[in-house]
Design a protein around this ligand. Structure first.
Ligand code: GLN
Length: 483
């Protein structure tokens, strides 16, 4: 099978008729079957994917095809697709079928993308390793003894292993960027409000964003251009016009002002090779005439606690709807209403989800609300103000995506705090709502990839994409496909 690395390559072959969409989908289906050991997909939508492929083939013939014609995309298993199953990798939603499609899904299909299946993830998107799925671990395609990252682990692994050209994930605290970093692909968390969340199974609604996982910037840009924008079904989706991101790449990058956070680079837990790579990039950018300066952000220690206080609070509320009555799993051992609630939730949710519901309920409870939830909100404001202050002075902040490369299965399982600290560099963008992208431009001496993260001002995706393209092309090397 020919390996495609961009939509441009796919469309070149489609438009000169050296392949059809149907053949393309069949090739991906074969490859998914061959790579079943990764456990990246929970379900492959063979029938609907082939049907859509035929439809797109006809449109190509009549020269009426949309922007994403031939783009084979996988969905994280927390995005709704009408008449298809969606489970958030939880037993509590096992067998549940969506009654409607997420806005992003409708928009992708309208531009002739082909949705190939749903990808494994951490249960309700809670995790950093995909080890919290009710349906088994996902293996990192670059080293199957290691995790792919999480929570969009299957979605990142699927792109890295060429089981689809792109995927959609959700990012509440790093769930697109961290697995992208671990699997050597591009992952974008858009500005909060840039993309409608309608049809995404909510974890923490004031943090969640849907975003693309791709092999290059151009593909991420075109997916964003199609799926972003206002939506009558999500009042938090901004009505700001959506630029044609894909047409604004490769624009000459004028001299930029770039910040890096001193405490991040000097943080104890940062792998020395990742630190060295970030420092090299800083030097290269300076050598090219950009201004790159260290800035103070004295709140690093508050990021992860603030994230976990606020997201668990929101999760405890969002997940109240899974009660054994309205959705999915209902305990067979229940005898009345109360035991239906209690047993369905006790049996249906996994350990990490229960831990977070309990934490969230605690921080919202009458006696502790002021000490935790309300304080968390105030600290969030402080973190937002300080981040905005930096971004008022600089175009971007650069930092590593993760403190380390992909870790081994089980390495953090006994210690939830150690697992939570994996999110140290990614949660800032969610707490503050700014867009952030992970670029696969580092390779450790052990052969594993790691990402460079770039955060920009709110709604600066255009600039973020062109700077990322420049970093990937001029300062880093493009990732080779995994064979
Ligand atoms: N690892 C983080 C968590 O467990 C991020 C999850 C996410 O972004 N969905 O909450």
């Amino acid at each position: 099978m020919k390996t495609y690395n961009s939509l441009n390559e796919v469309q070149t072959d489609l438009f000169n008729h050296s392949i059809s969409c149907k053949e393309l989908v069949q090739q991906y289906l074969t490859r998914i079957e061959e790579k079943k050991n990764l456990n990246a997909f929970l379900e492959v939508f063979t029938q609907s994917a082939l049907q859509q492929a035929e439809k797109v083939d006809a449109k190509i013939k009549s020269k009426t095809s949309g922007k994403l014609a031939g783009m084979v995309i996988a969905l994280k298993d927390n995005l709704c697709y009408k008449n298809h199953k969606v489970s958030a990798s939880s037993k509590i939603l096992e067998g549940f079928e969506s009654l409607y499609s997420a806005t992003v899904v409708e928009r992708l299909l309208a531009e002739d993308a082909i949705i190939i299946g749903r990808c494994n993830c951490d249960e309700f998107a809670m995790g950093s390793s995909n080890e919290n799925s009710a349906f088994g671990n996902v293996a990192n395609p670059l080293d199957t003894s290691r995790v792919p990252g999480g929570s969009s682990g299957g979605a990142a692994a699927a792109v890295a292993a060429d089981l689809c050209l792109a995927s959609l994930g959700t990012d509440t605290g790093g769930s697109i960027r961290q697995p992208a970093s671990f699997c050597g692909v591009v992952g974008l968390k858009p500005t909060y409000g840039r993309v409608s969340r309608y049809g995404a199974i909510a974890y923490a609604s004031s943090f969640d964003q849907i975003g693309p996982i791709t092999k290059n910037i151009a593909d991420a840009a075109i997916i964003m251009e199609v799926m972003a924008g206002k939506d009558g079904y999500d009042s938090t989706a901004s009505s700001k016009p959506v630029p044609e991101y894909s047409k604004k790449l490769n624009q000459p990058t004028s001299k930029l002002r770039i910040a890096y956070i001193k405490d991040v680079i000097d943080s104890k837990g940062l792998n020395p090779e990742i630190k060295a790579k970030v420092e090299t990039i800083i030097d290269q950018l300076k050598a090219e005439g950009h201004t790159v300066e260290a800035v103070d952000f004295p709140y690093l220690d508050y990021l992860v606690p603030t994230y976990y206080v606020l997201t668990t609070a929101e999760a405890s509320s969002n997940l109240a709807r899974f009660d054994g009555i309205n959705y999915g799993y209902r305990s067979k051992n229940a005898s009345d209403l109360e035991s239906t609630y209690k047993l369905s939730r006790s049996e249906g949710f996994g350990k990490e989800v229960k831990r977070r519901i309990m934490l969230g309920t605690f921080v919202l409870s009458a006696g502790y609300y002021d000490a935790y939830y309300s304080k968390g909100q105030r600290v969030r404001r402080l973190l937002q103000n300080k981040t905005n202050e930096i971004l008022n002075n600089y175009n971007f902040i650069i930092l590593p995506t993760t403190p380390n490369v992909a870790f081994k299965f089980g390495q953090h399982s006994a210690d939830p705090i150690a697992m939570y600290l994996e999110d140290i560099f990614t949660v800032q963008a969610n707490i503050t709502g700014v867009p952030s992208i992970s670029l696969p431009i580092g390779t450790h001496s052990n052969g594993l990839p790691f990402g460079l993260q770039v955060m920009g001002k709110h709604f600066s995706e255009t600039e973020l994409f062109s700077f990322s393209d420049y970093l990937m092309k001029d300062l880093g090397k493009k990732k080779e496909a995994v064979s």
